[in-house]
Design a binder for this molecule. Structure first.
Ligand SMILES: NC(=O)c1ccc[n+]([C@@H]2O[C@H](COP(=O)([O-])OP(=O)(O)OC[C@H]3O[C@@H](n4cnc5c(N)ncnc54)[C@H](OP(=O)(O)O)[C@@H]3O)[C@@H](O)[C@H]2O)c1
Length: 215
């Protein structure tokens, strides 16, 4: 498959590109050119969230093959003070990097489906345990993560041209040192996440819209 990754420069996006590139062609849509070599082919589209068509235009310009699947690994992660104490500006910023980015990625998938006119595009949005548990210190991520599931459900209900799926990774991903692992919190390794992503993208019909990956 030719897979586009949004959030390719992030922890999950980079790790998924490394694991999936052995079997698939991976293009990373990036807002800034990476400084080092990457496991994905970077395609620069600085304002892809606001202009989904810029992704289609750039892919055409570099003569990329048709896209089969899209992974949205946008968002971010932190543990900090309470959501209300962080203030409205921080809340707006988290909305921008999280829910707004996922909306943009859905818009790109639909534009790709319209452009390609072939088999439905497969779209997989990454989500986390914060979307189902009120995470103290990551409150806005809980709020926007919960909304993200409904974004994917509404998008799925409104089109047949894209197979929308969500993978909720129900524990911190191993190796991401932003996670607070005090008290013996278990993690899920990137290889397990990559296997789940691969299965969902290869056989979307076998999965519900939202799938949880547990420890
Ligand atoms: N890390 C974990 O332990 C963990 C656990 C469970 C689930 N997840 C899920 O995995 C996904 C990605 O997490 P991550 O840890 O990889 O995050 P990350 O390392 O912070 O990377 C997120 C990426 O999102 C993109 N991004 C951020 N703000 C943006 C904006 N305003 N507009 C467009 N793109 C923006 C950036 O990519 P570019 O700079 O390339 O544009 C960034 O590299 C999240 O949905 C999270 O729920 C992560």
């Amino acid at each position: 498959m030719h897979i586009l990754i949004f959030g390719a420069s992030g922890y999950v996006g980079t790790g998924l590109a490394q694991h999936l590139s052995a079997d698939h062609r991976i293009t990373g849509i990036v807002r800034a050119q990476p400084a080092d070599d990457t496991a994905y082919e970077p395609v620069l589209a600085p304002d892809w969230v606001d202009r989904p068509q810029s992704v289609i235009d750039e892919l055409r310009r570099v003569d990329a093959p048709p896209v089969d699947a899209v992974i949205a690994a946008v968002g971010g992660w932190y543990v900090d003070m309470s959501m209300i104490d962080r203030g409205i500006d921080s809340f707006d910023e988290d909305y921008s990097s999280y829910l707004r980015g996922h909306f943009g990625a859905c818009a790109v998938s639909e534009a790709l489906a319209e452009e390609g006119g072939r088999a439905p595009v497969r779209h997989l949005a990454l989500n986390g345990v914060a979307s189902v548990e009120a995470c103290v210190g990551s409150g806005a991520i809980s709020v926007f993560g919960a909304a993200q599931e409904m974004l994917i459900r509404v998008a799925a209900a409104e089109t047949e041209a894209v197979h929308y799926r969500e993978l909720k990774v129900m524990a911190p991903i191993g190796g991401d040192d932003r996670n607070d692992l005090r008290g013996g919190v278990e993690t899920i390794g990137l290889p397990a996440v990559a296997d789940a992503v691969s299965a969902l993208l290869s056989r979307p019909d076998e999965y519900e819209i939202s799938t949880a990956l547990n420890v």
